[in-house]
Design a protein around this ligand. Structure first.
Ligand SMILES: Nc1ncnc2c1ncn2[C@@H]1O[C@H](COP(=O)(O)OP(=O)(O)O)[C@@H](O)[C@H]1O
Ligand SMILES: [Mg+2]
Length: 103
């Protein structure tokens, strides 16, 4: 199951995403949370902590500035740029790929 939460700033995206993620994780489902917001504070809302959230954000900045390579696969993305938070949730602050190769 893939869920995307979108909306205006202040609409409650981060709060809603966190509640959904924590609820599913506590029900025993494996949860990967991807924060692609320009104001990426999902880590704080999920309970990952300020310091770890900042670390994840700085990795996205490095990607956007071309100092890091985009992960070639899903597993690599989570292992290289992800973090494990409360209830076993994996979190990554992600960027977008402007010119993805086919596949
Ligand atoms: N269901 C809700 N009821 C009341 N306040 C809420 C609710 N969801 C979020 N908020 C509050 O609204 C503000 C914005 O929520 P946030 O999740 O950060 O929005 P977004 O991520 O869309 O910018 C926060 O102060 C949050 O605590
Ligand atoms: Mg938000």
């Amino acid at each position: 199951m893939k869920l995307a939460v979108v909306g205006k700033g202040g609409a409650g995206k981060t709060t809603t995403s966190s509640v959904i993620a924590r609820t599913l994780a506590r029900a025993g489902l494996p949860v990967v949370a991807l924060d692609c917001d320009s104001n990426p504070n999902l880590g704080i809302s999920l309970g990952v902590g300020d310091e770890e959230t900042e670390r994840l954000i700085s990795m996205r900045q490095a990607l956007d500035e071309g100092q890091e390579e985009h992960a070639p696969s899903w597993d690599t993305l989570i292992n290289r740029y992800g973090s494990e938070g409360p209830d076993g949730i994996k979190l990554a602050v992600v960027s977008r790929i402007d010119n993805p190769e086919p596949g």
